[in-house]
Ligand binder design. Sequence first.
Ligand code: SF4
Ligand code: SF4
Length: 205
Amino acid sequence: MSKQEMFKDRNISEDYFFLDIEDYPTTPWEKFKRVVKRSLKGELFVGLWVVLREMIKFDIHTVQYPEEKLPIGPRYRAVHEMKRLWESGTERCIGCGLCEKICISKCIRIETRYDENQRKEVGEYSINLGRCIYCGYCAEVCPELAITHGGEYENASEQREHFILYEDMLTPIDDVLNKKQREFQGFGAITPHEDERLKKTPLAY
Ligand code: SF4
Ligand code: SF4
């Protein structure tokens, strides 16, 4: 058979078969019989057996929250933390306001003032967690690595507006003295191997 004839040969009936189409049931008894026949198939009992088998094993993988909690990633972006300097324990935030400017949800509010030495200090700082989308921009833009994201994700509130204040986010001074301040836990903090990744300025230009 030439290719032209093969192309035109549409007789592929060997792969086709006729369906045994039953007559549509008309009486209630015939309808009932058809429902039973279509419902009770072997697959149903296979599925039931799989469920029963897993129940008998008692190998339950459900996490019993809140008693049990799964570990979260070190870069998880949850409620913010404000860090202190390791050396002196003073607050890292210099009140530059970059985090407030970059926040796309407009949920950061910062007020600064001059202290007795005419140095700028943070007067009030709050984040409306009800608006925050945890994008991490504030942590990324912070030049002092002062604001980072922490791992505290249980911050549900009864109200849409839910503020967290600077004092609540700030690392307690005792934690810095006892070396408990988590440096790499939040988004925006330096990585432990940052010194290795640092490149010297090339002198070729
Ligand atoms: S995580 Fe994003 S939305 Fe939340 S305070 Fe920071 S910049 Fe604003
Ligand atoms: S948290 Fe960082 S970016 Fe925001 S005001 Fe303080 S130093 Fe500036």
